[in-house]
Design a protein around this ligand. Structure first.
Ligand SMILES: Nc1ncnc2c1ncn2[C@@H]1O[C@H](COP(=O)(O)OP(=O)(O)O)[C@@H](O)[C@H]1O
Ligand SMILES: [Mg+2]
Length: 287
């Protein structure tokens, strides 16, 4: 049975004379991966900021599992919503492992400062925390880089590390703001798999992304924001086919969407590799 995890009701955000988000109703149900798309400046990040307490909406409410959230980021995190940022926000001069441990501070009794200062209380909780952090690093494929400084990671791995850090707060809902920005097609594919794996763990996901192929592959439902208003919401098929979406956002049919050529290349390369593999194993059997 699906139950609402996140419910935004009539959310409006004004900056002076500018209405960045206008009367948006929005729901994410348990087990869902939902996409939020729209042109640059449509209000997607602002909407995320309203959901996570970074902004106090001018009007409207945001509920998590039936309880209205106080618009304070740490309380929202504590309630069970974690996020990543459009512009990566890691502690650049801390290690990969430390970055994930910091993500855990809302879930451990000891808190952030004790975690940073490694006080006596922290040491006790340290072992369990570290085990969980390593589990998460394993999960995203960065366990081997636990002691590297975050700033020395390639861009794609920094994005993954941000996801691990968000997961460290043990959320029920994960918000991803352009998780594949700056990634190559292979990394984007891997991120797709990662998001599916996150959902498998019982975490609902709301994702903003420009890569239409990524969104329509991944999402159960997609909502389109244009000039702060929700233009349409529905399954990938319905949204993809909507003339207004094509006109307002995609500009051309999805088949010709930017990134398609690259994706086709990856597919071809993968198919070739699979063929080679198959040939190889047939030979092996013959011997
Ligand atoms: N803190 C802010 N103060 C004033 N205007 C803002 C602020 N944040 C966003 N905006 C404006 O709100 C609109 C929506 O921006 P944003 O939410 O970043 O769009 P998107 O993420 O869809 O590209 C833009 O016109 C942007 O300039
Ligand atoms: Mg944005």
């Amino acid at each position: 049975m699906t139950t609402p995890v996140l419910e935004a009701r009539d959310v409006t955000m004004r900056f002076g004379g500018l209405t960045a988000v206008r009367s948006v109703d929005f729901t994410v149900n348990s087990g869902e991966i939902v996409g939020l798309i729209g042109p640059n400046g449509a209000g997607k990040t602002t909407f995320f900021n309203c959901l996570t307490g970074l902004y106090v909406p001018t009007e409207g409410t945001v509920s998590y599992k039936g309880t209205v959230l106080p618009p304070k980021p740490h309380l929202v995190t504590q309630a069970g919503i974690a996020r990543t940022f459009q512009n990566i926000r890691l502690f650049a001069n801390m290690t990969v492992l430390e970055n994930v441990l910091i993500g855990r501070h809302t879930r451990t009794k000891e808190g952030l400062w004790s975690a940073l200062l490694r006080g006596p209380g922290f040491k006790k909780a340290e072992k369990a925390s570290e085990e969980r952090a390593m589990e998460l690093l394993q999960f995203i494929g960065l366990a081997h880089k636990r002691d590297h400084l975050a700033r020395n990671l390639p861009y794609g791995e920094q994005r993954k590390l941000e996801i691990a850090r968000a997961l460290a707060s043990e959320p029920g809902l994960l918000l991803l703001d352009e998780p594949t920005a700056g990634m190559n097609p292979q990394e984007t594919r891997a991120t797709e798999e990662l998001v599916f794996a996150i959902r498998e763990q019982g975490i609902a996901v709301l994702v903003i992304e420009h890569d239409m192929r990524f969104i329509f592959n991944l999402c159960d439902r997609v909502a389109v924001l244009v000039q702060g208003e929700k233009l349409i919401e529905g399954t990938s098929d319905v949204v993809q086919a909507d003339e207004r979406v094509v006109a307002a956002y995609l500009g051309e049919p999805f088949e010709g969407a930017p990134g398609d050529a690259e994706a086709a290349e990856v597919e071809a390369a993968e198919a070739e590799a699979a063929e080679a593999e198959a040939e190889h194993s047939t030979k092996g059997e013959a011997q």
